[in-house]
Design a protein around this ligand. Structure first.
Ligand SMILES: Cc1ncc(COP(=O)(O)O)c(C=O)c1O
Length: 471
């Protein structure tokens, strides 16, 4: 079946893959009848997501590249929804996995102590700000980000005795019942009755489409003023919550970057009113935005952080780290079978060590700036690009309809039809990108943190070629 395919196993470097990739760029005709896609479509649930958007069957991966079962090579800027900090099958991750397997390590240990877990804990703590690490406790969770969000909320409710949670417009915290209650996107919530009731959505400073209709830095100030007013006004109708939960850079919400000033302001307000601040680092954590954790750049110390995705070095792992003063729950208050994935912990150690020992965060900042500069040049050329934004290697391109009416800030309406076309054309031209944000009109890039400048240039080249077809 695979007779005529490129043999990825014979390719030992990303350089060779680059040559092959360049040779393989030509419009690609997708064939939904291809056997794997057809059988999986037949058996899998209606709720499946990425499989609908990407009608390919992925066979192998190395670094930023993946190869489908027909031998077509793609640059993968989805990277397991941000899970693959070092790209696919990084040699150090593979070595860490082999190391576990060759030494007859237990593969799963519930939350029983193991030497691997000990090393993981020490490595994680070394990579957190000392002020936080010296004072924190960890709770390993069932391995999804959403389960760690559930744990954080339960912890805050138990520790404060309060019931409400403040979340933010545009926020994404997962799809379990509680996490979905805190998630802003209405479509997914519409059909599920009786979600957690006591959730208040506060306006996140999405300056481009400012919720207050003013835009710019003033949006931050008004947001902070409004939030504090809710807490201090005896007639606001909303009681003190058990927690605030937010992302420093909203990912699924459309790569919306909050300012350091706003994050500091939220920290000050939550401290003034004694409200635990949960920072959801599921997507931003492990170097994605140019610091090991996104909150570090704002110079604050949160009460709780939620960590998952890249922390397991490609494998499922999640946990919360929190100020020990909140450790008021009792044995079993948050449990779950799969909290002891030793392969994920060993792979996670390899990822954290590699990022630190090889100045990968410098590469994240450098390539991130390169992307933003180059994309802003495209923005000058193509009127369908409304805004380019991002931090580190979490990048968004908001696609608008330049023929639509403008809002009172002079901003065109979102353009889902076009962002979808761009996504499909990118795929046809060998580039995997995700959509997010309001009406899925933001093209999202989440490449591996190890991306080279040559690879970044190739991505810009494809985006330019694709977008110019439309504008
Ligand atoms: C910020 C954030 N929180 C929570 C989650 C949920 O994680 P999971 O999909 O592993 O449940 C995600 C997933 O994309 C996320 O981006």
């Amino acid at each position: 079946m695979y007779d005529n395919f490129i043999k990825l196993e014979e390719i030992d470097s990303e350089n060779k893959l680059e040559e092959l990739w360049i040779n393989s760029i030509k419009p690609y005709v997708f064939d939904r009848d291809e056997s794997f896609i057809a059988t999986q479509e037949k058996h899998e649930s209606n709720a499946r997501t990425y499989a609908r958007k990407f009608p390919i069957s992925i066979r192998k991966g190395l670094g930023i590249y993946v190869e489908d079962t027909k031998g077509k090579i793609f640059m993968d800027c989805l990277a397991g929804a941000g899970t693959l900090a070092l790209g696919h099958n990084h040699p150090l991750v593979i070595e860490a996995l082999r190391d576990c397997l060759d030494n007859q390590n237990v593969l799963m240990a519930l939350d029983i102590s193991t030497p691997v877990k000990d090393r993981f804990i020490n490595t994680l703590l070394e990579n957190l700000p000392k002020e936080f690490a010296d004072n924190c406790k960890l709770q390993f969770c069932s391995p999804s980000g959403a389960d760690a969000v559930e744990a954080a909320i339960k912890l805050c409710k138990i520790a404060t005795g309060r019931s409400g949670v403040f979340s933010f417009t545009g926020g994404y915290h997962g799809m379990t019942h509680g996490a979905l209650s805190l998630t802003a996107s209405k479509a997914e919530k519409l059909l599920v009755s009786n979600l957690m009731k006591d959730v208040t959505f506060l306006p996140y400073p999405y300056n481009y489409r400012c919720p207050f209709g003013i835009g710019g830095d003033a949006c931050d100030d008004v947001s902070l003023h409004y939030i504090e007013n809710i807490l201090k006004d005896s007639h606001s109708g909303i009681n003190l919550p058990a927690a605030f939960i937010l992302e420093v850079v909203q990912g699924e919400g459309g790569v919306i970057v909050s300012s350091d000033k706003w994050i500091k302001g939220i920290r000050e307000i939550t401290q003034r009113y004694n409200i635990p601040l949960i920072i959801d680092e599921v997507q931003t954590g492990v170097g994605r935005t140019g610091t090991m954790f996104a909150f570090e750049a704002s110079g604050i110390i949160p009460d709780i952080i939620v960590i998952s995705k890249a922390i397991g070095g490609s494998l499922p792992l999640s946990l919360i780290a929190y100020d020990k003063k909140f450790d008021k729950w009792t044995a079993g208050a948050h449990a779950g079978t799969f909290r002891g994935n030793q392969l994920a912990m060993n792979a996670g150690i390899a990822v954290l060590d590699h990022i630190r020992d090889n100045n990968i965060l410098d590469n994240v900042k450098k390539q991130g700036e390169y992307f933003i500069n180059e994309l802003n040049i495209l923005k000058q050329k193509y009127s369908c690009i409304g805004e380019v934004r991002g931090k580190g290697l979490m990048i968004g391109i908001e696609i608008v309809d330049p023929l639509s009416s403008k809002d009172n800030l002079g901003i065109f309406q979102t353009n889902y039809e076009l962002s979808k076309k761009i996504q499909i054309s990118c795929l046809e031209n060998g580039l995997i990108v995700e959509l997010g944000g309001r009406n899925d009109s933001v093209i999202r890039l989440l490449p591996p943190l190890t991306i080279t400048n040559k690879q970044a240039k190739n991505i810009i080249g494809i985006l330019n070629n694709v977008i110019k077809e439309y504008y």
